[in-house]
Design a protein around this ligand. Structure first.
Ligand code: AHG
Ligand code: MN
Ligand code: MN
Length: 347
C-alpha cells in the first residue's frame, strides 16, 4: 500500500471543507508558504547567492526602525514577502519588522479582509554563521468598514489572531502553522517543491528539564528572574529537586521549534538594558504568533505577569518580555514574579 502524503495545499483544502478557514485565508497561507520557499532557497545558497553580510553601501550600514543594522537577507526576505502578498486580493495591509509603518495594499490591486504582520528573517545574527534562521507571521482581521488600514488597525491583542506560523530554515525547512485548531508542521520536500504534513496536532510536554535563555544578561535581569534561573541552575540540590539542561540558539524560531518538538521553556525577560523599550522581542510579529502556536500545542505563553495573548498593544513595534513553552514550567516562572510583586506591594 502506498503511503499518502498530505501536502499543505491538500491540508488547507480539507480545513476549508471542514469550515475552519475560508478561501481567502487559504490563499493567504499558500502565498506566505510560497514566499517562504523562495526565502529558503536564498538562505540555502548562502555565499554562493551573494546573500550574506550587511545591507547598505560599504561603510554605510542600513538601519531599520528598531535601530538595528539590516542584513542583506533581512531586506531580501522582506521584499519577497511584500511582492508575494501584494496582488492576490487576500490582504488589506501588511506590517513588518523591517518597515517603520504598515502599508495598505496598493490601489491597483483589490484589497481583502486580512492584515498580515511578519518578521521576515528572524535570527539575523545567525545568517552569516550557517545556523538556523526563520520567518514568523501573524494574521489579523482588518476591522469592519476599514478599506485603507493604518498602524492603529494592527494594534489588536494576540487573541484576535486568525492564523499564525513560522518557517524555520535549518537542516530541513519546516513550516509550522495554526489557524486556531491545533499546531501542525509541514516539511519542505525540496525535490518536489511542496510542503508535506509531517506532524499533525503537535503537543508540548507539560513539564520539562530544559530552558532557553541568554545567560550573559543575567546581571541585568529583574530579581524574580534572577531567583527563578538561580533555582534552575542549582538543579537536584536546589528547591526544584532536578537537574536542568540549557540551550540557546539565538534564533527565536529555532528555539521555539525545539520546544514545540520536545518541550522546554524559552525566555527573553526584561533586563535593565532593554527595559526602556519594554523588552527585546516584538509583541505583534514575534511574541504573539509564537504564543498562539504554543497555546494551540497545549503550552503556555506569558510576559511573566500576564497571558501574552491578552496584552493590548500600544505600538506596531512594541516589545515585551517573553516566557513560553511547557505549561507547568511557565506557571512556575510566573509564580516567581507573582511572589516578588506581592512582597513589594504596599500592605
Ligand atoms: P531578529 O533577528 O528578527 O532581530 O530577532 C532576533 C531575536 C530572536 O530571534 C532571538 O531569540 C534573540 O533576538 C536573540 O537575542 P540575543 O542575541 O540577545 O541572544
Ligand atoms: Mn526576530
Ligand atoms: Mn528579523
Amino acid at each position: 500500500m502506498t503511503h499518502t502524503q498530505i501536502s499543505l495545499t491538500r491540508f488547507l483544502i480539507e480545513e476549508q471543507r471542514a469550515g475552519r478557514i475560508n478561501p481567502e485565508l487559504r490563499l493567504l497561507v499558500e502565498v506566505v508558504a510560497r514566499a517562504c520557499k523562495r526565502i529558503s532557497i536564498a538562505v540555502g545558497k548562502g555565499a554562493l547567492g551573494g546573500v550574506l553580510g550587511d545591507a547598505g553601501e560599504a561603510g554605510q550600514a542600513s538601519i531599520n526602525v528598531q535601530g538595528e543594522a539590516q542584513k542583506k537577507l533581512d531586506v531580501l526576505s522582506n521584499e519577497i514577502l511584500l511582492e508575494a502578498n501584494a496582488w492576490g486580493g487576500h490582504l488589506a495591509g501588511l506590517a513588518s519588522e523591517e518597515m517603520d509603518h504598515s502599508q495598505p495594499i496598493p490601489d491597483v490591486y483589490p484589497r481583502g479582509n486580512y492584515l498580515l504582520l511578519f518578521d521576515p528573517l528572524d535570527g539575523s545574527s545567525n545568517i552569516d554563521v550557517n545556523v538556523s534562521v526563520g520567518t514568523i507571521f501573524s494574521v489579523l482581521r482588518c476591522p469592519e468598514g476599514v478599506t485603507t488600514p493604518d498602524d492603529a488597525h494592527f494594534l489588536q491583542p494576540g487573541s484576535a489572531q486568525v492564523a499564525a506560523g513560522y518557517c524555520v530554515y535549518g537542516p530541513q525547512t519546516t513550516l509550522v502553522l495554526t489557524v486556531g485548531h491545533g499546531t501542525h508542521a509541514f516539511t519542505l520536500d525540496r525535490e518536489v517543491g511542496s510542503f508535506i504534513l509531517t506532524a499533525r496536532g503537535m503537543r508540548i510536554p507539560e513539564e520539562t528539564r530544559e530552558f532557553a535563555v541568554n545567560l550573559s544578561n543575567q546581571r541585568f535581569w529583574e530579581a524574580p528572574m534572577q531567583q527563578y534561573v538561580g533555582d534552575l541552575l542549582r538543579g537536584k540540590d536546589g528547591p526544584r529537586g532536578k537537574d536542568f539542561n540549557m540551550r540557546w540558539v539565538a534564533s527565536m524560531v529555532a528555539d521555539v521549534h525545539r520546544i514545540l518538538t520536545r518541550g522546554g521553556i524559552f525566555s527573553y525577560p526584561l533586563d535593565s538594558k532593554c527595559a526602556p523599550k519594554g523588552g527585546k522581542l516584538r509583541l505583534l510579529y514575534e511574541a504573539n504568533p509564537m504564543a498562539f502556536l504554543v497555546e494551540q500545542a497545549g503550552g503556555a505563553a506569558s510576559t511573566g505577569r500576564m497571558r501574552m495573548l491578552d496584552v493590548v498593544p500600544s505600538g506596531l513595534h512594541q516589545r515585551v518580555p517573553v516566557f513560553l513553552g511547557s505549561r507547568a514550567e511557565v506557571a512556575i516562572a510566573e509564580d516567581y514574579h507573582r511572589r516578588h510583586d506581592a512582597a513589594r506591594a504596599p500592605a
